[in-house]
Design a protein around this ligand. Structure first.
Ligand SMILES: [Zn+2]
Ligand SMILES: [Zn+2]
Length: 294
């Protein structure tokens, strides 16, 4: 029994590591923020094959994530607990991802403007409406493990390790913007949530990340642990990426805006939300005016 539990944990750990490396290191720290530079062959591999390891389109993921940074916790944030509530984020992120994917496939400038620097298209699976294939492949592999052996928990661990992105996204996007302390006064509700950071390789330190988005390291204080940065450091030893050291978050105590207290930039957040709402209303009004009459 102990051996079986160990096997399950090992399979989950390994598949989760592959999935996290793809999403947190290659998609997020690499493609979205240029905090790490990938060798051209690996960048190409991630752009074309990333979807098979994650179920997520790299271009759509980056596009949605950059919208999140631009409109963080405002009405146009694709996933914010401030506007959707903690549980609502789970569905908001799925809806926004689909909208982003359709917008990119139709070359809608409202979306393409966020990913002008990416020299690759939406993945062919999404262009042909075959987005579900990676899920079927991993489900098939999980069943191939479980059915002949009867080891259903092992198959489930495999599938969860590879395809749990909606859950991971929900934990980071909700708790990382709702519960936890703040080191920096950012115009959003970003927080540093240790539990989310432990579970999702450092991604829970949203407040640090929103203040220093181009830093490959998301932790700041000595008590914050970013396992993702450890992964970056390890992959760099193997020549699989290069950390941009000039944009790293300052060492503890050296950031000029470090807050000695856990104050929240409520005023700046409120101002930002109000101005964004006004901007969205003005845009909607101009769209209505320019729409052709039937
Ligand atoms: Zn965030
Ligand atoms: Zn980011």
């Amino acid at each position: 029994m102990a051996l079986y539990v160990l096997a399950c944990l090992s399979v989950f750990g390994l598949t989760y590591l592959i999935n996290m490396t793809m999403i947190s290191i290659f998609y997020h720290r690499g493609l979205a923020h240029d905090a790490v530079t990938l060798p051209p062959w690996l960048r190409r591999f991630v752009a074309t094959m990333g979807i098979w390891f994650t179920g997520l389109d790299p271009k759509a993921w980056v596009c949605m994530h950059r919208q999140h940074h631009k409109h963080s916790d405002g009405p146009r944030d694709p996933h914010s607990p401030v506007t959707s509530g903690i549980f609502g984020v789970l569905f908001a992120q799925l809806r926004s991802y689909k909208k982003t994917l359709v917008g990119l496939a139709r070359k809608n400038p409202r979306y393409t403007i966020f990913v002008k620097d990416l020299d690759f298209d939406v993945n062919v699976l999404n262009r042909k409406g075959l987005w579900i294939l990676p899920y079927f492949v991993h489900l098939g592999l999980a069943l191939a493990i479980a059915i002949p052996t009867g080891l259903w928990a092992l198959g489930a661990c495999y599938f969860l390790g590879m395809m749990s992105h909606p859950l991971q996204g929900w934990i980071v996007n909700s708790f990382g913007h709702a519960i936890g302390g703040r080191n920096f006064d950012t115009p959003d509700n970003s927080r540093n949530n240790h539990l989310a950071a432990w579970l999702i390789v450092g991604e829970g330190f949203q407040n640090n990340h929103h203040r220093y988005p181009t830093s490959a390291k998301f932790s700041y204080t000595p008590l914050e642990l970013d396992l993702g940065y450890g992964l970056c450091w390890t992959l760099e030893r193997f020549g699989l990426l290069k950390i941009r050291r000039e944009t790293l978050i300052p060492a503890f105590g050296e950031a000029p805006e470090h807050l000695p207290t856990r104050s929240v930039g409520k005023e700046s957040a409120r101002f930002r939300r109000e101005s964004e709402r006004a901007e969205a209303q003005a845009e909607e009004a101009s769209e209505t005016l320019s729409a052709p009459t039937p």
